[in-house]
Design a protein around this ligand. Structure first.
Ligand code: ADP
Ligand code: MG
Length: 616
């Protein structure tokens, strides 16, 4: 089977996402690879597809038990034979799994790094052919990463000890240069093909709010999300407790997670959230790595986190299935102090580093905190800010963040344009050209000496924009230049020049508009009137999914992701064949669920028809 057939047959997707195909091709060509892609980009498929095509077994090393369990249930549901070996298994399960593993019954075996040195694993690798070793969350090998795990250090030795060196593939979402070098060196990758995909997640909406009362704002936001599920991150255990308690007493279905709870409560609460028994998870940053729940619709930060890396990773847990999702940060100035305090404390508590290393870490952490604060108080596009932070270029207007949506509006600047261009004309009539600053000063009626000595206070355009902020005039002037109504000369001190279009603008009074930041005004809330047809069907599909998930005792998104249900609303399949064309539906799932879903959709279409017939 070729890779596209594998993708369709087992995972139900029509096409590879950006980067996936290249990584897969290199693996199949026998190359080590390092894939650096943001959370939700689809790293798992990059090793799962080749694992199914390679001859032997693929061993996947992953840091967290929850992560392994989740991946194995998803694979099993898709008809792939996979298993995990970790401390969560009972003795019988363990023996059974090892027995079947040694007989080569699994294509993918997930192993916790602590297990690698054990005798059982040694006997396993001598009885089956290991084609590939995959390291997920590979940044855990680096001390400079955010989740250093000492047991990752032993992976390289394990790979070396194998009778035949397998392909090694490593994946992470953290991309700083130091971490990247550590991964290659410490995992012993051999001339890996390295692929870094763009960090943008277009389906995520980013917002920063500075509410007077954070809790009231949180309650309002969650109230607006209807029955969607999401995560609320707090900085301290104490605020997790408080926020969770308030939400529960306000009637929301919420649970909590932090390092102060017992293992069993943490596990139970996490499962409540994953299995949709609880809609909201209130947690510290201890919650999340390895939570691959793909239908998280919002991530709200009740406090500003300590750096942009953490923020982007935590916020990125929203919308992994590609559906629109919201990432909202509730910022308060005291967040800076709390973070400062926590950074100092973690330096004092660190026993692994030398004093010198600690000072370097501290300085770097404070620098990162500063950047995070800049983000929280930014007035220009938030997405651009973050992407620039990760070293990517991005347009200055994304249209899907709070700064772009609330902060900008399409403004008619025709009159201002006339004034600005006339001013440049007047100055030119005096035989002079000047830079932007002088033009702005004249328009605003400044009394600076140079301006007065040149007699520009006698120009007819002097002071005609005295009540417009200088910043705004500058932005308008730049816009006029971008549209070709004015120009700038080259050189160190660019002067404003007229162009062929300048006179036309004045004579024909050409209308000019541009996106301009607006002063904060309370936006009128759009209130949806009733559900659209698609939403009704979507709700029905969700109900069915939830019933099937309960019967199978798996989380709902293991049955189908929201993205798959949305595609069903678009495709409206009523036959098995049509059902297979839905994105996210592979052969196994089509066989298992096709009939139920097609029946529901047919029924829905019939009732819609009757309804329409009846009202005509
Ligand atoms: P990562 O590990 O990079 O954070 P995952 O591997 O967990 O991301 O994938 C996130 C989501 O993207 C999953 O719901 C998965 O089904 C979906 N996905 C991955 N690849 C594709 C694809 N080619 N087409 C459609 N959906 C995909
Ligand atoms: Mg992953």
């Amino acid at each position: 089977m070729d890779k596209l057939s594998v993708l369709k047959e087992y995972f139900g997707h029509r096409a590879f996402r950006s980067g996936q195909e290249e990584l897969i091709d290199h693996i199949l060509g026998g190359c080590d690879v390092l894939g650096i892609m943001p959370t939700g980009a689809g790293k798992s498929l990059c090793y799962q597809v080749p694992a199914l095509m390679l001859r032997g077994v693929t061993i996947v090393i992953s840091p967290l038990i929850s992560l392994m369990k989740d991946q194995v249930s998803a694979l099993t549901a898709a008809g792939v034979s996979a298993a995990c070996i970790n401390s969560s298994l009972t003795q019988e399960e363990y023996a059974e799994t090892m027995y079947r593993a040694c007989r080569g019954e699994y294509k993918l075996i997930y192993i916790a790094p602590e297990r690698l040195g054990t005798r059982e694993i040694s006997s396993l690798v001598s009885s089956v052919e290991i084609s590939m070793v995959t390291i997920d969350e590979a940044h855990c090998v680096s001390q400079w990463g955010q989740d250093f795990r000492p047991s990752y250090i032993h992976i390289a030795g394990f790979v070396e000890s194998l009778p035949c060196r397998p392909i090694v593939s490593a994946f992470t979402a953290t991309a700083t240069d130091t971490v990247r070098e550590d991964i290659v060196r410490l995992l012993g990758l051999r001339e890996p093909f390295t692929l870094v995909t763009g960090f943008d997640r277009p389906n995520l909406y980013f917002a920063v709010k500075k509410p007077q009362n954070k809790y009231n704002e949180l309650r309002r936001l969650i109230g607006d999300m209807e029955d969607k599920c999401g995560i609320v991150y707090c900085l301290s255990r104490k605020s997790v407790e408080e926020v969770c308690e308030k939400l529960c007493s306000d009637g929301f279905s919420a649970t909590r997670y932090h390092a102060g709870l017992s293992d069993s409560e943490r596990r139970a609460n996490q499962e409540d959230f994953i299995y949709d028994r609880k809609r909201i998870m209130v947690a510290t940053n201890a919650f999340g790595m390895g939570i691959d729940k793909s239908d998280v619709s919002f991530v709200i930060h009740y406090n500003m986190p300590k750096n942009i890396e953490s923020y982007y990773q935590e916020a990125g847990r929203a919308g992994r299935d590609g559906s629109p999702a919201k990432c909202i940060l509730l910022y308060g100035p005291s967040d800076v102090r709390t973070n400062d305090f926590m950074i100092e404390r973690s330096r004092d508590e660190n026993t692994e580093l030398s004093d010198e290393e600690k000072e370097i870490m501290l300085e770097r952490d404070k620098e990162r905190l500063k950047e995070m604060t800049f983000y929280s108080t930014a007035t220009s596009c938030l997405r651009e800010f973050m992407l620039r932070y990760f070293g990517e270029k991005a347009p200055s207007y994304c249209g899907n963040c709070s700064c772009c949506i609330d902060g900008f509006e399409e403004a008619d600047i025709t009159v201002d344009a006339q004034k600005i261009v006339s001013c440049v004309f007047r100055v030119k009539q005096k035989g002079r050209y000047f830079g932007k600053g002088m033009i702005v000063d004249i328009l605003r009626g400044s009394e600076n000496e140079r301006l007065l000595s040149l007699g520009f206070d006698r120009l007819s355009t002097y002071g005609i924009m005295s009540d417009t902020p200088a910043r705004r005039i500058r932005a308008e002037l730049d816009h006029l230049a971008a549209e070709g109504y004015l120009g700038f000369s080259d050189g160190e001190y660019p002067v404003v020049e007229l162009t062929a279009l300048s006179a036309k603008l004045l004579k024909e009074r050409i209308p000019v508009t541009m996106k301009l930041p607006i002063e904060k005004t309370e936006k009128k809330k759009k209130k949806d009137s009733g559900l659209t047809q698609n939403e009704t069907l979507f709700a029905k599909l969700r109900q069915l999914r939830s019933r099937l998930a309960q019967e199978a005792r798996v989380p709902a998104y293991i049955v189908f992701t929201d993205a798959a249900l949305e595609d069903m609303c678009r495709v409206l399949p009523t036959t098995a064949e049509e059902f297979l064309t839905v994105s996210g539906v592979g052969r196994r799932k089509a066989e298992k669920y096709g009939e139920d879903f097609c029946a529901l959709i047919s029924e829905h279409l019939r009732s819609e028809n009757d309804h329409r017939g009846g009202t005509l």
